[in-house]
Design a protein around this ligand. Structure first.
Ligand code: SF4
Ligand code: SF4
Length: 289
């Protein structure tokens, strides 16, 4: 059975994707997953060649058949999400972005003028990269349901891993602690939390730790740009020790990382300090499993 190694952070921009991409260079036997469907960007570094693409269905949305509608206004009155409006021709219509798919209007319509229609909220892909198979997704602008999309791509990665006898699934999770992160952590074998040495960094790490504990998933921490604030780095280390969370390693600040990302190159392949730190972190992750 494959093991999911999930990289998350309490907020975006903490170095989560850079670490995931770097670990993808070191860990050989894995399927890579970009579960940050709201802001997928690992493809920029991994340069995937898409081999398979599918549309992702979101929740169905209400649709009004204007030929059947008798303009009784019942649906508009009942909709708690203010999703039903009247256009300049006096016809009723549904604002898909506001519709919460509750179906109340469909039930209430006296003439059966409303039906629920499937809408597509994104796409997912199975791709080849120089670092292994990658499953990734894209959510359409304004679309919801990223939690379901994350569950879907992780499930697909698991099937591939089982079919090909691959031991690990390496997941770049969403930042924060919302619905997509919960979907990312659910079923994880080990979580690697990336924290920066800032006051917000410690606060975010605490939230991530609570989330991992609530799912009973083991976790460790990587401190990114640790040398920018040694006091905060120490505080993160103290917190981790108190919580029984191993510090898997520390990555120094290095302007080489930004230059590599700008050039769409893997920081691991270009920045010696990052490579050294990630090799160390990787050994510690393997020992922690
Ligand atoms: S399904 Fe619910 S949210 Fe959507 S338009 Fe109808 S009443 Fe409003
Ligand atoms: S409830 Fe049905 S008939 Fe009444 S306004 Fe809405 S769509 Fe038209």
């Amino acid at each position: 059975m494959s093991k999911e190694l999930v990289i998350i952070s309490g907020k975006g921009g903490a170095g989560k994707t850079t670490l995931t991409a770097s670990l993808a260079c070191v860990l050989k036997d894995k399927v890579i997953v970009d579960a940050d469907a709201d802001a997928a960007n690992m493809y920029l570094l991994l340069k995937p060649q898409v081999k398979h693409k599918e549309l992702f269905k979101g929740n169905p949305k209400a649709y009004i058949d204007v030929d059947k509608c008798i303009k009784c206004d019942e649906c508009r009155r009942l909709c708690r999400f203010d999703a039903i409006h009247i256009n300049e021709n006096g016809e009723y219509y549904v604002d898909e972005l506001k519709c919460d798919s509750c179906e109340l209007c469909k039930i209430a319509c006296p003439v059966g003028a409303i039906e629920m229609k499937d809408v597509y909220s994104g796409e997912w892909y199975e791709s080849e990269t120089p670092y292994g198979i990658m499953v990734h997704a894209k959510l359409y602008p304004g679309a919801e349901n990223s939690g379901n999309l994350v569950t879907m791509v992780k499930h697909r990665a698991k099937l591939i891993a089982e079919e090909k006898g691959i031991e690990y699934i390496l997941v770049d999770g969403s930042p924060g602690i919302g619905c997509p992160v919960i979907s990312t952590i659910s079923g994880a074998y080990f979580v690697i939390a990336v924290a920066e040495p800032t006051p917000a960094g410690i606060h975010d790490l605490k939230r991530v730790k609570e989330l991992c504990d609530s799912f009973k998933v083991k976790s460790g921490v990587v401190i990114n740009k640790y040398d920018l604030n040694m006091q905060k780095t120490k505080e993160i280390g103290d917190f981790a020790e108190k919580e029984g969370m191993p510090v898997l390693g520390r990555i120094p600040f290095d302007t080489c990382v930004n230059r590599a990302i700008t050039d769409l190159e893997m920081p691991y392949n270009r920045c010696e300090k990052v490579k050294k730190s990630v090799d160390y972190i990787f050994r510690n992750i393997m020992e922690s499993l």
